[in-house]
Write a protein that binds this ligand. Sequence first.
Ligand SMILES: *[C@@H]1O[C@H](CO)[C@@H](O)[C@H](O)[C@H]1NC(C)=O
Ligand SMILES: *[C@@H]1O[C@H](CO)[C@@H](O)[C@H](O)[C@H]1NC(C)=O
Ligand SMILES: *[C@@H]1O[C@H](CO)[C@@H](O)[C@H](O)[C@H]1NC(C)=O
Length: 951
Amino acid sequence: MDKSDGMSWTRKKRAHNPPRLAFGFLIILVSVLLAAQFFQLAWLSPTSVNLPPHASETISRCRSLQMKAGPSEGFDKRQQSDRFVPGTKPYLLTNARIWTGLENGTEVIRGDVLIDKGIIKGVGHFGRGFIANARTRFADLEVVDAGGKWLTPGIVDMHSHIGDASSPALDGSEDDNSLAGTAQPWLRSLDGLNTHDDSYLLSISGGVTTSLVLPGSANAIGGQAYLIKLRETAERTPSSMLLEAPYQINSSFPDPNLPLHWRHMKHACGENPSRVYGVTRMDTIWAFRASYNKARGIKEKQDAYCARVSKNEWAGLGDFPEDLQWEALVDVLRGRVKVNIHCYETVDLDALVRLSNEFSFPIAAFHHASEAYLVPDTLKKAYGSPPAIALFATNSRYKREAYRASEFAPRILTSHGLKVAMKSDHPVLNSRFLLYEAQQAYFYGMPENAALASVISTPAEVVGMGHRLGFVRKGWDADLVLWDSHPLALGATPVQVFIDGIPQLSSPHVNTKPASFQHPPKVPNFDKEVKQALKYEGLQPLEPAASTHDVVVFTNVKDVFTAHASGIMKSFSASHEDELGVVVVRGGKIECSGQRATCFANGNIDSLEADVVDLEGGSISPGLLSFGAPLGLEVINQEPTTNDGLVGDALRKPLPKILGGDTTVVRAVDGLEFGTRDALLAYRAGVTSAVTAPLGSGFFSGLGTAFSLSAKHKLEQGSIVKEVTGFHIAVRHNSKGPSVSTQIALLRRLLLAPVDGALGHHFRDVKKGVLPLVIEAHSADIIATLILLKREVEREIGSDIRMTISGATEAHLLAKELAQAAVGVIVRPSRPFPYVWEDRRLMPGPPLTKESAISKLLSYNVTVGIGIEELWSARNTRFDLAWAAIETGLTMSEEETLALGTINLRKLLGVPYVEDDSSLDMVATCAGSLLSMDSKVVAVFSSSIGRVNFF
Ligand SMILES: *[C@@H]1O[C@H](CO)[C@@H](O)[C@H](O)[C@H]1NC(C)=O
Ligand SMILES: *[C@@H]1O[C@H](CO)[C@@H](O)[C@H](O)[C@H]1NC(C)=O
Ligand SMILES: *[C@@H]1O[C@H](CO)[C@@H](O)[C@H](O)[C@H]1NC(C)=O
């Protein structure tokens, strides 16, 4: 498109706005005068008589090329936010512990904050006089006593697809990846922003107030990104959600009279753009270079054009060189765009750093950047200033590019002086829990100040909004979160969230937390692991080391939890520091536990030939079981040659005759791969075994298996805990699959009619109640149908079947009925999200609802276990369990909590359990229990391992 389109648009706009005509003329006159001064034109000289008709606009246009993006002049003196909603009451929050974001994220003020007109009007210790005065000054002032709770600025998510990849995902809601071309700087995420995404309120309930909505990563240049605040607006439009929208949202080319707001752009390199377009990295980088070359050409023409304008050389000048498709990329070259680049590996980071230097444009941030921690010096060579790095905490290894990602990257990069932000990539991670990413980064060694800043001040500055977001300062936006605990304490939940001064939670449900939650956890030391990660470029050996002696003595043990048929029990517990006990392990079996004197007559362990390990008040508990991700069947999710693959689904396509036809049954145990990194990382986090079912694509999965996560191969003693655990199927709405009613018809037939072959054989075991039937189902309607079917079948055959529902997002609606039907539930994922339609009636938990799905189900005595969705998250099971307990207001005991990841799961999945079984793995943690962020797993032992494994 050429310049004339832009001009005619301007004319049209003016014609439609007659009242503005005079004002517009005035503006033009003023700007011509200013421009004349700027270009030192001989304004009244005879040559000026020949000025072309649009000279004034051209002059101001040329002048605007020199403008820098950022806050408008006098912004810091504003008295009211541009986003202020008239009628919003002023609030005075008193007696808060305010993390201001200032002083490099170390400043904490115990005091008060006054907000009005959408901005912060004051921060400090106000005193009674001030408060009384404020009450008279503002008739409608709301005073909120924070009661010493933590107050922070709102969370800023600098990598989100909220609204563009909206939830629940429907075929009509995929608006974040264009498949129309590899370099499209002209696309705008704003144009796909769905205002009805179910996740806005969910994310707000996690303290997120602002998100940068990026186009997807299918393209090298995916298009322009937009900053939005997540709150509802009276206008109900995407445009009204925007924060400091660049002028180009409603004009083709800039209006030189408006302040130049930052623009944002998405780039992506590596696998995504290359795979989508079936090309190589070489092609993708050329697509970048070709595009930037084009933009550079336009920029050079503009600069040459304006050089002539400045010399008053109008003759034959023609139109201002402009191109609507490339103008955004030209702006990148003018340093007015925050360029956000999805880029994982060294090869890609290096290429983009070269690109930034070739075309002289700064990079705001590399996102994902799983190998950034290996090449900090390369990052520092990017044009301009070093890019920030936007990371996930532990979401890794799902493709080659992420295989070397490290949980220590936030710590390492921070130590190199690079800015690190944690991001959600929502809905890849539910941005409601973006703060949890910061908590994990902190757990793995990122300093406290940097970890808090990583989701608040750092992203605010990186997206160019440090002048109004990310800090509790006078004049900054009134986006504030009052927390029920220290924000770095696991499960921190907003008590209230303000956006533009408007409270967002209408009736927040908040649990009272123990005093210990008001401080960040005392996290473990990972110095040794960090060195290893760097030495081995992210592929450090993860195998445990065996104890040197047959006897191992754990000292300073606080609690010993053991598994029994009825649940988990505390078999030893020290109530005071000075009563900490010992646990003596011989051949991997607990020989004695209790007070030192109980196990050692003379209290002397020094004479013993033993490894002695000081647990510093830690505990010993049963190893956790993982279920839900294809652990053992997949190594790198997106690399088929590393995985077992999908099993066929006879309901969609007949199975090969040579296999046994449609009655074929596949066993997960036959496809197991041992010693994968996700398995070993989970093992090092106290998850010692997993149940995995064959990976189905529709109704059929097959026979699950239980195996050890530390075994090297299948022939090793104890590697298989149980060959066949249960029969796994899924009943779900599926755009490709047969109807739900057809799936139920098949299940009814399998349970009631005689069936041949292996399928018939295993379903006879299901009918006898020998083999559990594990059904993935999310919708309450499907679950209700399954409960009815179970009743029907049991009436017919006269015996009970063991049915477990996995997924179960809407199961809380049927808590009573599930309990009555003796159907157990594996809540998976353990914190719900409306991924698809079937999940939309989820129970979000505090602060939106008093109960969580888990607490509701437990209150009806449903047997509940928790599960996961993806391989990498197996290691986080201990925190998922702790979180489930925190959401019940810690009314669950540690024993009940551990049961959700051990005994209950075993019962629900068909993993045998024998009373006092010493072959069950036990996990030793140092400096806290397995459920605490204070602790680190230091050892695993069992009689089947025959020794103690150390890390
Ligand atoms: C165009 O967008 C800018 C920036 O959001 C806004 O200030 C202005 O009012 C809009 N103009 C029209 C005519 O909608
Ligand atoms: C800011 O904090 C980080 C992380 O604790 C630290 O590495 C850095 O040196 C600090 N910067 C200044 C200027 O104090
Ligand atoms: C759950 O079990 C407990 C203990 O057996 C019992 O007191 C309670 O009434 C049960 N709750 C329901 C809803 O059945």
